[in-house]
Design a protein around this ligand. Structure first.
Ligand code: ATP
Ligand code: MG
Length: 560
């Protein structure tokens, strides 16, 4: 089965994958003395996105499955780009996804002293040296895939000189960029990562946890394998781009003779109509294309949360798409499917008219309460009462003066059923001076009350409504995809493919009174209109604001 076929077959949930097979085998051979210990190692330089969610669910899922351990460890080795705000948001998101990382959050920066000592060990073994080349010169002498690199003129400094210079680097005697510590491996290696990679850089910058304790910082390549080793991680699961860094991590750990986890690579998640790199997401935020990291259009976990996605749905999605060894583009409709599937089971139903058109039932007087089903998927959810009155709102799109063939909603002289209520007939269309329809005069048929079984009259369409007298007014925000192309940035400038219509704000939607007391993040299905969730940012005090989480399956007409 091809990747696409597998992804399209959304019913097929696969918690097991090739990584589980590797671990099963390791347990058989007792490679790790029966231990399974995974981790999620984010760099706190942005908010987490759905790709990170995949990694979290995968790593935590494995630890949970085997009764092992799972660490949340910040890879906080780069003070220029990292902030406490990101640390806090990441912890919140990991918890929200339900990944239990034990008592303590871990930080790579807590290992700086140990990493420093490891570096000193390598210097003493003659396996690392202080180099005075600038970063441009290091790049320029690195060679290419077809040509070997050039050895640094500082490569053969004595151990004593290296120890002295490295110590003075740490003490802050040298300016930024003036020296680095490099591993002494092989400038002719076919793997460019092994051509004397940089281990430490001088960066006089305050660190969000270490303050000014350090002015030399380890590079990712030096630090990452050590972090996993120090924590006793068994299976160090990462994305494919690190595959050809693995020989370097192996080299470091073997030269040091320390505990050596097994690295396993998998394909990162790419979603259609979405950008995922933190650099781009940061740009969307900084340049105001969106309303913060948690904008409901963002593929961030905080954005999805605000939009009404659930942790369960995200987890199901990550299982549905599986884990592969080859990069692919996952269709965003699979994520939407997972959200619908989850909300369908749990969301309270309600009636809400987004773009109201007033109708008056000329032969109806008084008011009554009708029974409405709270959730047809959940028999325990029961029913509620909805107020029915002489004047009602219906959706503007549920009436057409000149309907196309197959339109089963209201037309002049035509009939339609009002959900949970009666069949009505449109008798008169009232327009304003601009020739726009502003009101409909209708009659209702008292014999056709839903559930009464008194009339055998049948109509093809059923529409939703709310009482004008009891409706509550709300702002409703509808979202479309943030990008107009499937794979932004591959053919054209990604910023030029931002969808200018990705947010539509409806100011005066009319909702069933039940929704008046809805709290931030409460989730509902507005019948026929989609799943909605109360916004956390703009719904303040008396003002109601709903975000549309996702549309319904696109069935306009109810099956009776
Ligand atoms: P970006 O490249 O978007 O900045 P990153 O990979 O540099 O992201 P990290 O904070 O280093 O961000 O990522 C933490 C972990 O999440 C890593 O182990 C990485 O493998 C994993 N990860 C990041 N992006 C994805 C993705 N799209 N799919 C799956 N896993 C991912
Ligand atoms: Mg990274």
């Amino acid at each position: 089965m091809s990747n696409t076929e597998r992804q399209n077959n959304s019913k097929e949930i696969k918690p097991k994958n090739f990584i589980y097979e590797i671990i099963d085998e390791d347990l058989k051979t007792n490679k790790w003395n029966g231990r399974v210990h995974t981790r999620f190692p984010p760099e706190p330089n942005g908010y987490l996105h759905i790709g990170h969610a995949k990694s979290i669910c995968l790593n935590y899922g494995i630890a949970e499955h085997y009764g092992g351990k799972f660490n949340l460890r910040f890879d906080d080795t780069n003070p220029e780009k990292e902030e406490q705000e990101y640390v806090d948001s990441i912890i919140e998101d990991v918890k929200w996804l339900g990944a239990n990382f034990g008592e303590k959050v871990l930080y790579a920066s807590d290992y700086f002293e140990q990493m420093y000592n490891y570096a000193v060990e390598l210097i003493k073994k003659g396996k690392a040296y202080v180099c005075d080349l600038s970063s441009e010169e290091v790049t320029a002498t690195r060679g290419t895939l077809t040509q070997p690199g050039k050895e640094s003129p500082f490569r053969n400094r004595s151990v004593e000189e290296n120890l002295d210079l490295f110590e003075r680097m740490r003490k802050g005697e040298f300016p930024n960029g003036s020296k680095t510590l490099r591993a002494k491996i092989d400038m002719a290696s076919p793997n460019l990562n092994l051509r004397d990679p940089i281990m430490y850089r001088i960066v006089h910058e305050e660190h969000h946890r270490q303050g000014n304790a350090w002015c030399i910082y380890p590079t990712y390549d030096w630090a990452h394998g050590l972090e996993d080793s120090i924590e006793g991680i068994t299976h160090s699961i990462c994305t494919l781009e690190f595959e050809n860094h693995r020989p370097l991590y192996d080299w470091f750990l073997d030269e040091l003779g320390v505990y050596h986890p097994q690295q396993i690579e998998f394909a990162r998640l790419n979603l259609s109509f979405t950008v995922m790199s933190k650099r781009r997401l940061l740009q969307l935020v900084k340049d105001g294309y969106v309303d913060g990291w948690d904008d409901p259009r963002m593929p961030t976990i905080s954005g999805y949360r605000r939009r009404g996605y659930t942790p369960g749905a995200i987890k199901n999605f990550t299982e549905m798409i599986g884990v592969a060894k080859r990069d692919a583009l996952t269709n965003i409709s699979l994520l939407e499917y997972a959200i619908r599937d989850d909300l369908n089971k749990r969301a309270q139903r309600a009636m809400a008219v987004l773009r109201p058109l007033k109708i008056v039932l000329t032969n109806y007087e008084g008011e009554e309460e009708l029974d409405a089903v709270n959730n047809p998927e959940d028999p325990k959810a029961g029913t509620r009462k909805v107020k029915f009155t002489k004047e009602l709102y219906i959706e503007q799109t549920d009436f057409m003066e000149n309907p196309p063939k197959g339109y089963h909603r209201l037309i002049p002289g035509g009939e339609v059923r009002l959900r949970y209520a009666y069949i009505i007939k449109c008798e008169e269309v009232i327009k304003n001076e601009k020739d726009e329809v502003v009101e409909l005069r209708c009659t209702y048929d008292p014999e056709t009350k839903s559930g009464s079984g008194r009339s055998s009259k049948k109509v093809k369409g059923t529409i939703h409504w709310v009482s004008t007298k009891y409706a509550v007014t709300s702002e409703v925000r509808l979202y479309d995809r943030l990008f107009t192309v499937e794979n932004p940035g591959t053919k054209e400038d990604w910023l030029k493919t931002i969808n200018p219509n990705s947010l539509e704000i409806i100011e005066n939607a009319k909702l069933e009174p039940l929704l008046k007391n809805a709290k931030p993040l409460d989730k509902f299905q507005f019948e026929r209109m989609g799943y909605f969730c109360v916004d956390t940012k703009y719904a303040i005090k008396e003002k109601l604001v709903f975000n549309r989480t996702v549309t319904l399956k696109d069935s306009w007409v109810f099956k009776k």
